[in-house]
Ligand binder design. Sequence first.
Ligand code: PNS
Length: 187
Amino acid sequence: MPPRNREGHREPSRAVFPGSFDPITNGHLDIIGRGLSVFDQVTIAILVNPEKHPLFTVDERVAIIRETFRGEDRVQVDTFSGLLVDYAERVGASVIVRGLRAISDFEFEFQMALMNRRLNPRIETVFMMPAESYSYLSSRLVKEVFQLGGKVRGLVPAVVERRLREKYGSASPQPMPVRRRAGARRA
Ligand code: PNS
């Protein structure tokens, strides 16, 4: 039975869709759309992780996602740090939605889902598959392709393409940063 409030009305169902979203892609949008077909509300929760070095700051990612979902009052954008299950409980979500693109995603997602269940058995993880056309898409590849001068139209919302141009300048090929081994000397 869905939870009811004191007046006997059904509480809106809320799912959390967590991630780094650096940047959000059309694959994420596909999953959010599928989430909205099952849940009343979807909260996009951006992990604040000081150990990562993202391209877009948390504030930039919040602004990008807000712009992407402007006028869609069933989608909220928020940030979190600490345990995801604690955040989900705090915002009244009983479901975590994660996208599964391929078998290669499965092992890590399965581990996370089981760990989250152990931490809080009241929160269920639901996996959703994006359209096949997004099965190869990732935020990492979008950044790499754009930086090397490739086209990302159709893979990300227009606002992301614009923000990528602002970050990197024009989409002309940029040299990839060379990773040096620790201790290696500059030539
Ligand atoms: O977009 P990502 O990087 O695949 O998202 C990963 C995310 C944010 C879902 C995951 O790192 C996470 O939930 N971090 C919060 C910390 C946590 O709860 N860890 C224990 C559960 S495995």
